[in-house]
Design a protein around this ligand. Structure first.
Ligand code: MN
Length: 314
């Protein structure tokens, strides 16, 4: 599959890289890391990275703005995006050929060529894999690419904490740190929190509720987000923090975004993307999300999560 993708890349003069909406470091890392590899390897090609920018990730990479015409006869590569509707910038459909590279479950098999590896810790890890496969056929990696891929791996493994972290992950990370970039600068960019977010975390830690099953929930109403002057995207940064509470098996954050209630699910054992799917969401078995429109529906999510945690006890 990697060899086939490289052959296709070689055939196209214009390559446009996409990733998912509400990007995280792995979305940026895989999209922009691959772009840097392709730019270094094929200086004659036109390589673009597109999508709506996330302000908190400006430090990783700034994206390109391109006209619709650029897509004519172009190759689009979509990184780290499980389903077609989550692709940021739907103009990928205008491209001549579409490649999907991802590590989420392959529920939506969009694109002409698909490379999906659910054993990979991150799509950034897959991109490094791709580089290793193609380095004898002209692929070149540079400091900028290494920095981006390292950021993606660190982000998606929770700093090498999650079980998705494998020997390969450590090996690749070990190779990537030989390139010239500041890990301190990267970590500061990724993990420094604004003061209001830290104070909102205080609210989170005071207000979560735990059910006897080990399911936990936290509601962040609009008034609270306003009180702490926090954006929903900032609130999402706090979701993983409940993982350190003893006895919690799986938990859910409801973030009130006004027109919709964002549902963020995390787990330390029970499979919870089945819950997300019941509410038209999806994601990883241990980290997934959905959206609901009413608080009644939110309570249904809690009931489903409760059930999953009860079954896990058995
Ligand atoms: Mn990812």
């Amino acid at each position: 599959m990697k060899a086939e993708i490289l052959e296709i890349i070689k055939r196209y003069e214009t390559i446009i890289l996409h990733r998912h909406v509400r990007p995280d470091p792995d979305a940026y890392g895989s999209q922009c890391g691959l772009a840097e590899i392709l730019k270094a390897s094929f200086p004659e090609k036109k390589i673009y990275v597109v999508g709506q920018e996330e302000e908190s990730l400006h430090f990783l990479k700034r994206l390109d703005t391109i006209d619709d015409e650029v897509y004519a006869g172009a190759l689009a590569i979509i990184c780290d995006t499980a389903n077609a509707e989550r692709i940021c910038d739907q103009r990928y459909k205008l491209a001549d050929k579409i490649i999907k590279i991802d590590h989420h479950p392959n529920d939506d098999q969009y694109g002409d060529v698909l490379w999906v590896d659910t054993t990979a810790s991150s799509t950034s890890e897959m991109i490094y894999d791709f580089y290793l496969e193609g380095k004898d056929q002209g692929l070149i990696i540079n400091d900028a690419a290494a920095r981006l891929l390292y950021a993606g791996i660190v982000g998606d493994t929770g700093r090498f904490l999650y079980p998705s972290t494998t020997e390969k992950t450590f090996k690749y990370a070990g190779e990537l740190i030989h390139y010239n970039f500041s890990r301190t600068e990267l970590y500061n960019g990724m993990y420094d929190l604004d003061e209001n977010v830290v104070r909102l975390n205080g609210y989170v830690m005071q207000n979560f509720e735990v059910l006897p099953s080990g399911a936990a929930k936290l509601v962040l109403p609009k008034e609270i987000l306003e009180k702490y002057n926090a954006k929903p995207s900032q609130a999402s940064l706090l979701v993983s923090n409940l993982g350190s509470v003893k006895g919690i098996k799986a938990w859910v954050f409801f973030i009130d975004e006004g027109d919709t209630i964002r549902v963020r699910l995390r787990s330390k054992g029970p499979i919870i993307n089945t819950v997300a799917k019941k509410f038209n969401g999806g994601g990883h078995p241990m980290a997934s999300g959905a959206s609901v429109s009413t608080w009644e529906e939110a309570e249904q999510v809690v009931a489903e999560l409760d059930k999953v945690c009860q079954d896990y006890t058995k």
